[in-house]
Design a protein around this ligand. Structure first.
Ligand code: ADP
Ligand code: TRP
Length: 321
């Protein structure tokens, strides 16, 4: 089965990104045909500093590789290294009703927040459809917020297939309900736009300070506490296996354990969990040319798959004459 997903190279990597998307992608490569890319064209909707985008792209690649993405097992590349996706995006635009894009929550939310409503932001789901359809993806693992974009992709694919025959595979979104939304420091969805994130790769002192800021209720230390409404518990459980989670739940329900104590444990857990990856990440970033070489090999693999689809599309649509 072909599984595909992308991640934008904007901002630092947080626990929501890791547990919501990257961890699962890394696990998939063991038994599925995994396609994974850095969505730097998409990032242009929010980043207009060229140096920052280029550096962010290298960092995003180093993050993924350090956390376990294996370019031998999977196809891993940078979106703009394959401008073919832009050609398909244009073709798909002609099968995208305006109303379909006007209904997208992500677009509406961004505009409501005061972000300039330009064409890039509006057409974002069409480019995402091109990413998905170009590689004939079966499954697209994403967070809840991206589900609608995969549904839009299906609608566009159906319209195209109705006109030209079964060219595109219809993709399914895949959402892991267990970690559907990782909460942030304040209990809202963890997101860089809410300033409530816990970053994976930050200095120890900053990480500790960050974790101590997780919002908790004023229940006294000796009283029983509700794990299901506690932000610390909801984040901590991501790092625990079932028995570990049950043991922590019992401590909450029994009372006598303060939030400060649990936060301290969580800090040590997060720090120790990511420390080996941080080292590997730094090695990769210290050799940017080595990193570029890995990415160019990924580009060649991705191009092979893309060219098969694009050849069919060009022929059917009459672009090849
Ligand atoms: P942000 O909300 O911080 O801007 P992105 O939109 O760049 O994060 O998300 C990148 C990937 O990580 C997407 O697949 C997204 O669905 C997933 N993701 C981001 N935040 C969370 C979260 N809090 N819980 C689960 N998944 C998340
Ligand atoms: N829009 C996705 C996000 O913000 C990133 C993305 C771009 C993507 N193209 C994709 C995800 C194709 C899945 C499939 O997280």
């Amino acid at each position: 089965m072909r599984i595909l997903s992308g991640i934008q190279p904007s901002g630092s990597l947080h626990l929501g990104n890791y547990f919501g998307m990257m961890k699962k992608m890394i696990e998939y490569q063991e038994h599925e045909d995994l396609f994974c890319f850095i969505a730097n064209y998409h990032a242009m909707t929010s980043v207009s500093d060229g140096k920052a985008l280029a550096q962010g792209t290298l960092e995003a690649a180093a993050n993924f590789l350090a956390l376990g993405m294996d370019p031998q097992k999977s196809t891993f590349w940078v979106q703009s290294d394959l401008p073919e996706v832009q050609e398909l995006s244009w073709v798909l635009s002609n099968f995208t009703p305006m109303g379909l894009l006007e209904r997208c929550h992500s677009y509406k939310d961004k505009v409501a927040k005061g972000i300039q409503a330009n064409h890039g932001l509006f057409a974002y789901p069409v480019l995402m459809s091109a990413d998905i359809l170009l590689f004939q993806s079966d499954k697209v693992p994403v967070g809840k917020d991206q589900k609608q974009h995969v549904e839009v992709t299906r609608d566009i694919a159906i319209k195209f297939n109705n006109a030209y025959g079964d060219i595109f595979t219809l993709p399914e979104p895949e959402i892991d309900e267990n970690v559907a939304t990782v909460p942030g420091l304040d209990g809202q969805k963890m997101s860089k736009s809410y300033g409530n994130t816990i970053e994976l790769f930050q200095p120890e002192k900053a990480l500790r300070k960050n974790i101590m800021r997780i919002v908790t209720d004023p229940t006294p230390v000796e009283d029983p506490k509700n794990p299901d409404t506690c932000n610390v518990f909801q984040i901590y459980r991501l790092f625990l296996d079932k028995p570990g989670e049950e043991a922590l739940r019992k401590r909450y329900l029994a009372g006598g354990t303060g939030y400060g104590e649990v936060k301290e444990e969580l800090f040590v857990t997060v720090r120790d969990f990511f420390a080996p990856y941080a080292e590997k990440r730094q090695e990769l970033l210290d050799d940017p040319d080595g990193l570029r070489k890995i990415l160019s090999e990924g580009r060649d693999k991705a191009r092979y798959a893309a060219s098969k689809t694009l050849r069919k599309v060009r022929k059917k649509t009459g672009l090849t004459y």
